[in-house]
Design a protein around this ligand. Structure first.
Ligand SMILES: Nc1ncnc2c1ncn2[C@@H]1O[C@H](COP(=O)(O)OP(=O)(O)OP(=O)(O)O)[C@@H](O)[C@H]1O
Length: 251
C-alpha cells in the first residue's frame, strides 16, 4: 500500500523529513507518532501526493510519489488538521458536497449512511458555523471517507474531541479496516497508539522506532527492565538515546 525509501524533505536549509523509509501493508491501522514539529504532517503530505519529496523514492497504491501524484490524490482519503468544511452549509450539505466532488454513486443513500455512522442525525440540518469542534471532526472524518478510498490518511483526527467521540472514531476505524481499508493515523494520545497494528515514532524528521506494537514491547522489555513496557516508556527511552544512533541501531 505504502513503500517509502529514504524520503527527505527540505524547506530551505531546514530538513523537516530526514531519510524516512516505511512500509504499510493492506488492511492495517498504522500509527505515526511524534511531538509537534516532528515532521508527521510533512510526511503525510508527501504520501498523499500533495508535496514532492526533495529526495528519496516511493509508491503509494502502486503509484510513484513523484511522477504520479495526481493519481494518488484521486484515490486516497485525507483528513488534514485543517480539513475544509463550509461554515454556511449544513452538516448534510457539507458531506454531500464531498460526495459530489468524488463522483460517488447513490449520493443520498451514502450521505444518510454516514450521518448515521457518525451519530450526526441531530445536527444534520444545522449550519457548520453553529456547531462545536467535536461535530466538526466527525463531519470531516465522514467527508474524508465518502468515496470509500482504499487508503485513508488521518492527521490528528481526535485532537480536542471528547472521549465518547474518540471511541466512536476508533469503532469506525476498525470497521473500515475490516472492509479492507488501510489507515494511517497520527495521534498524540498514547492509548490510541496502543490500538494501532503498527507504529512509527518520528523525532526531528527521522523515524527512531517502528514495528508492530507487541514486537516493540518485546524488543525493549529487557532494556527497560520491565516485562511489558508501555509505548510511552519505549518512546521516552528511544528519544532520550538520540536520533541518528537509534536509527542505525534499528536498521
Ligand atoms: N512549508 C514549510 N516551510 C517551512 N517549514 C515548514 C513547512 N512545513 C512544515 N515546516 C516545518 O517542518 C517541521 C515539521 O512540521 P510538521 O507539520 O510536518 O510536523 P508535525 O509532526 O506534523 O507537527 P504537528 O503535530 O504540530 O502537526 C516544523 O518545524 C515546521 O515548522
Amino acid at each position: 500500500m505504502i513503500e517509502l525509501h529514504r524520503i527527505t524533505k527540505q524547506f530551505g536549509t531546514f530538513r523537516a523529513v530526514n531519510q524516512v523509509s516505511l512500509t504499510v501493508s493492506k488492511g492495517s491501522v498504522f500509527g505515526l507518532l511524534g511531538a509537534n514539529g516532528a515532521g508527521k504532517t510533512t510526511l503525510i503530505r508527501i504520501m498523499c501526493g500533495i508535496l514532492p519529496p526533495t529526495s528519496g523514492r516511493g509508491q503509494v497504491l502502486g503509484h510513484d510519489i513523484v511522477k504520479e501524484r495526481a493519481q494518488i490524490k484521486k484515490r486516497i482519503g485525507y483528513m488534514s488538521q485543517k480539513f475544509s468544511l463550509y461554515p454556511d452549509l449544513t452538516v448534510e450539505e457539507n458531506i454531500r458536497f464531498y460526495a459530489q466532488l468524488y463522483g460517488v454513486d447513490q449520493i443520498k443513500k451514502r450521505v444518510e449512511e454516514l450521518i448515521e455512522q457518525f451519530s450526526l442525525q441531530d445536527v444534520a440540518k444545522k449550519r457548520m458555523a453553529a456547531l462545536g469542534g467535536g461535530v466538526r471532526q466527525r463531519v470531516a472524518f465522514a467527508s474524508a471517507i465518502v468515496h470509500m478510498p482504499p487508503l485513508l490518511f488521518l492527521d490528528e483526527p481526535t485532537s480536542g474531541v471528547d472521549p465518547l467521540t474518540r471511541r466512536l472514531f476508533w469503532e469506525r476505524l476498525y470497521e473500515l479496516t475490516e472492509k479492507g481499508m488501510t489507515i494511517l493515523v497520527t495521534t498524540h494520545y498514547m492509548d490510541e497508539a496502543e490500538r494501532c497494528d503498527q507504529v512509527a515514532l518520528m523525532n526531528k524528521g527521522q523515524i527512531v522506532a517502528k514495528g508492530k506494537v507487541d514486537e516493540l514491547k518485546e524488543r525493549y522489555a529487557a532494556e527497560l527492565g520491565t516485562a511489558r513496557p508501555t509505548l510511552e516508556e519505549i518512546f521516552v527511552h528511544v528519544i532520550s538515546q538520540g536520533g541518528e544512533d537509534v536509527q542505525e541501531k534499528l536498521g
